[in-house]
Design a protein around this ligand. Structure first.
Ligand code: FAD
Length: 386
């Protein structure tokens, strides 16, 4: 199937999105996420699932988690943290590809304010139990996490928090559904793009059948991926001034200048501004009498989705799940808590970790859009030939 015309509910067409992504966004983002500022993410990885305390999967922790020596962490990272009990030190089973590699190098951050994000469940200002993870060492890809535990998470997200939309849902609920579905597509695309083909030989490659079965077969999932990409891109360009003025200081001036320059190239990009000036029009939402009430309700639903991430029973999936949900929460905060139609109308204040999540999420979505654009038609042809 050829995707053409406007992306549903957005303000740009597929061809423009693909061209902008291939020529501008993808190359800049790939560079940006490798910089010292953007490669470390602060996250609470311990699982405190509030919904299913008996989920055996949730107790699987890998040895690398407990063995990470203290002297590996730079001074700047040594924030007060939870005292670990002997129980935590017991190494438990887990597939090696599902465990987070916590190796760090010596670049730190400085100078950002700490404010909690109203769209997410974790308190972003609470440093207890938080660790820093080098995202470059932990790519999002196949981990072997599957079966009832994974299924239960997706079911909970869709059924409890954003019922499948058809006509009875208002456009705000539809947006929430599409964001989650787009993120789900993106996760599936990353699994398909980096798949463990042969466990014994540790051979990783594309799995186009999986790409077809989980994403390409369902045009709605492809559309939702593009929608989510444009939604997050809109948030990034809306916060352009803030992002340009922010400090990207890690103590390595050469790298930090490069980071600043890449951010500027991204947020004030003349090609994006000319071809797709408003990727998504947030002003259309929360209108009418019920606007403020709806906003509170959807914020609550999104916070629940964020809480469910603590129940993801595979560490690496939890890491990327949390990062991407925080990234979406940050996009929602930028688009709807600031200069929007609601009464909050506060000046924009972002945490360093929110900006890291937002741009890493945009990069993940950009990778997925590129993969779907390039490999989707090949996957479709292969399946038809069979
Ligand atoms: P699932 O992907 O589990 O889908 C479940 C059901 O949801 C489908 O049957 C379908 O009805 C519906 N559905 C699927 N896609 C969409 C969509 N785009 N829009 C709307 N509905 C949809 N596994 C890894 O290998 N690596 C990871 O990094 C990883 N990260 C994860 C992060 C999170 C937060 C979660 C919850 C799971 C993660 N998983 C990861 C597991 C992975 O997403 C799948 O659950 C698993 O591979 C099993 O896939 P499945 O075929 O059963 O379908």
């Amino acid at each position: 199937r050829k995707y053409s015309g406007m992306v549903e509910d957005c303000c740009c067409d597929y061809e423009t999105v693909n061209q902008l992504n291939d020529e501008v966004l993808h190359p800049i983002l790939q560079e940006l996420v490798k910089t010292p500022f953007f490669r470390y993410f602060k996250v609470k990885l311990w699982c405190d699932c509030p919904f299913w305390p008996d989920d055996g999967m949730c107790r699987l922790r890998d040895c690398s988690v407990c063995e990470c020596p203290d002297n590996e962490f730079p001074e700047l990272f040594k924030k007060p943290s939870r005292v670990r009990s002997a129980d935590d030190m017991v190494c438990q089973e887990g597939k090696p590809q599902a465990a987070v590699d916590r190796t760090l190098d010596s670049n730190g951050f400085s100078g950002w304010i700490e404010v909690d994000n109203p769209w997410t469940n974790d308190d972003e200002t609470d440093n207890a139990e938080m660790t820093y993870v080098n995202l470059q060492l932990n790519p999002e890809r196949y981990t072997g996490y599957t079966g009832p535990s994974a299924r239960r998470i997706w079911d909970a997200i869709y059924k409890e928090n954003c019922p499948r939309y058809p006509s009875e849902l208002c456009s705000e609920q539809k947006v929430l559904y599409k964001l989650i579905s787009g993120l789900h597509s993106s996760i599936s695309v990353h699994i398909a793009s980096d798949y463990l083909i042969d466990e014994a030989a540790q051979l990783w490659d594309h799995n186009l059948e999986l790409l077809y079965d989980r994403v390409m077969r369902y045009p709605e999932r492809v559309t939702n991926l593009y929608f989510t990409f444009l939604f997050v891109l809109r948030a990034v360009t809306k916060a352009a001034d803030y992002l340009e003025q922010a400090e990207y200081n890690t103590g390595n001036s050469e790298e930090d200048l490069k980071t600043q320059s890449l951010v500027r190239q991204l947020v004030f990009n003349p090609e994006i501004r000319a071809a797709c000036p408003v990727p998504f029009d947030e002003a259309k939402l929360w209108k009418g009498e019920k606007g403020p009430e709806l906003m509170v309700q959807i914020q609550k639903q999104f916070r629940n989705i964020s809480a469910i991430m603590d129940c993801v029973g595979c560490e690496k999936c939890r890491l990327w799940g949390k990062l991407q949900v925080l990234g979406l929460g940050t996009a929602l905060k930028i688009l709807f808590s600031v200069n929007g139609n609601n009464k909050l109308n506060q000046p924009l204040q972002l945490q360093r970790n929110e900006v890291i999540a937002l741009l890493n999420l945009l990069n993940r979505l950009s990778e997925s859009v590129k993969f779907v654009h390039e490999m989707g038609p090949i996957a479709e042809k292969q399946i038809k030939r069979k």
